[in-house]
Design a binder for this molecule. Structure first.
Ligand code: CUO
Length: 539
């Protein structure tokens, strides 16, 4: 709905009179507001009012490298702003390096950090944001880049930078579930919410809350559906996304020299975190009378499970593709890469050979021993693979490409112009039953290595001066010891940052969706231990 000419004139006048520019440092509150503006309604231009509080970002006239026609934007902003109290002024935007590379990833395509060409773009973009010395300038540069960038790529890069720059530690970005609810909630449910919000706004209600039925992506005809509550859990998928932001495998070679990839034992942690997920998944499977997850060990076999997520990242993006049962990996010939199933097999065999030989070969043909202390870390970086892989050319890109092969198995050469399935993105991959089979295969590689190690010795496991005298669990809601309780819990996801509020007169409307998750009653461990000095020493 567009305002009439008189209203535009008045608003333009009011806007012009309120204009102030300043070179002063932004407050933390305004930095957070700017981040929220950049991550709200990502499929709409950044200069439009954002969210229910109609936040507007106004850029100074000298920043014409940010948008081509600033005057038109100013007129449009003036026509859509009815609350002058929620404006941020950006005046410090310096020239931005060439951004032509961002055109390589269209805005409507899904971003995948597992894809080599997306990794290259993400590295360049992250570098552009990491190299800026001043945090305000970095945020303003990000704002100018936002509308030229694929939304998935932009949010990945901004999250990465906010997590890794020390000067961003006090800043906040909303949960990814608020930014891309379409990665977590079925698109049909989001359409219901948008429709209901429109009705409620017309009826002058302040709030729309839509309750999602207790429902997941498939039904009980498929036994794997019994585990949907686990695989489609919003918080577990958020955890996985966040883990990969904090432990990236790409290296943006940032000028600031902040270590982003080479964190303590990161290769080992890749193994450990994912192994723990599979262990918990197996526990849930046993609870549902299903057997342990079957590792996808033979890459020539079909992927037994199909998966249809019903997700669509957002307006204007392609939906996450589905995959029928029993689809076989085929050679990939899409985008800028050609990788065959034989390549995957070769990489896997070379890794297994290295494990049997107890050593890996570096690119310069020197060797490194796989020992009990550092072997698992070396293997983790090789198998994943991260830029810390000792020899990526030789040991390849096994795990990341397993994600890509699974995500593109329905259209490996792109003849149907279909985008990827959920295995291509870290915030959606754990929904797919194939994720657990792929990672059980990866676990088997690490297990092969662990079997080559000698057992732990008693001194390695023992704390001679400490005696544990009792261990118990105490639930917050029961006096009975060692009793754990789980239950279904409704929780709310705000949709205020993703649904379209454009042109609506009631700017304070709150909209959210209620959905279910498995929760437990809080509990604590009670461990009693006695410290006694070794014999012959005084206490
Ligand atoms: Cu976290 Cu395969 O790496 O998913």
């Amino acid at each position: 709905m567009w305002p009439n000419i008189t209203w535009v004139f008045i608003a333009t006048f009011m806007f012009a009179t309120s204009l102030q520019t300043t070179n002063a440092k932004m407050t933390i509150e305004n930095r957070n507001k700017l981040i929220h503006a950049m991550t709200t309604e990502l499929f709409e231009p950044a200069f439009l009012p954002k969210g229910p509080d109609r936040l507007v970002v106004k850029i100074s006239k000298n920043a014409n490298h940010c948008y081509e026609d600033l005057r038109a934007i100013e007129r449009l902003q003036a026509a859509t702003i009815n609350d002058l109290s929620n404006i941020i002024y950006l005046s410090d935007i310096r020239a931005i390096p060439n951004l032509d590379f961002l055109k390589e990833l269209p805005r409507d395509e899904l971003f995948s950090i597992f894809m080599p060409h997306h990794q290259r773009l993400a590295s360049k973009l992250i570098n552009l944001l990491m190299e800026v010395g001043d945090v305000d300038e970095m945020l303003q540069r990000a704002y100018c880049i936002r509308d030229k960038t694929n939304p998935g790529l932009f949010v990945y890069a901004l999250s990465f930078v906010l997590v890794h720059r020390p000067d961003c530690r006090s800043l906040k970005m909303r949960s990814l579930a608020h930014i891309f609810p379409g990665n977590f909630i079925k698109s049909s449910e989001l359409e219901v919410a948008q429709h209901q919000m429109t009705i409620d706004i017309i009826n002058q209600k302040d709030e729309t809350v839509v309750e999602q039925p207790f429902d997941f992506s498939g039904n009980d005809l498929d036994p794997e559906h019994w585990l949907s509550y686990f695989r489609e859990d919003v918080f577990m998928n958020l955890h996985h996304w966040h883990w990969h932001i904090w432990y990236p495998f790409i290296d943006p070679k940032n000028a600031s020299n902040i270590p982003v990839v080479d964190k303590d034992r990161r290769g080992e942690l890749f193994y450990y975190m994912h192994q723990q997920v599979i262990a918990r998944y197996n526990f849930e499977r046993l609870s549902n009378r299903l057997p342990f997850v079957e590792p996808f060990d033979d890459l020539k076999n079909p992927i037994a499970d199909g998966y249809y997520s019903k997700l669509n990242q957002g307006l204007g993006s392609k939906p996450w593709a589905g995959r029928p049962k029993n689809l076989q990996f085929q050679n990939l010939n899409r985008y800028e890469f050609k990788i065959s199933v034989q390549d995957l097999l070769r990489w896997k065999n070379r890794i297994l050979d290295a494990i049997i030989q107890g050593k890996v070969r570096k690119a310069d043909n020197t060797e490194i021993e796989l020992n009990a202390n550092t072997g698992i870390n070396i293997l983790g970086n090789m198998v994943e693979s991260s830029v810390l892989s000792v020899n990526k050319k030789f040991y390849g890109d096994l795990h990341n490409m397993m994600h890509v092969f699974t995500a593109l198995s329905h259209d490996p050469d792109g003849r149907f112009n279909e985008d990827m399935g959920v295995m291509g993105e870290t915030s959606t991959a754990m929904r797919d039953p194939a994720f657990y089979k792929v990672h059980a295969m990866v676990d088997n590689i690490f297990n092969s290595f662990k079997e080559t190690l000698p057992p732990y010795t008693v001194p390695e496991l023992n704390f001679p001066a400490v005696e544990v005298t009792s261990i118990s669990l105490q639930s917050d809601q029961s006096d009975v010891l060692n009793k754990l309780e789980t239950h279904w819990e409704k929780f709310t996801i705000s949709l205020n940052r993703s649904l379209d509020f454009l042109g609506e007169p009631n700017g304070n409307h709150i909209v959210s969706i209620k959905t279910d998750r498995l929760q437990h009653v809080p509990f604590q461990y009670n461990i009693k231990a006695v410290l006694s000095p070794p014999k012959g020493e005084n206490p």
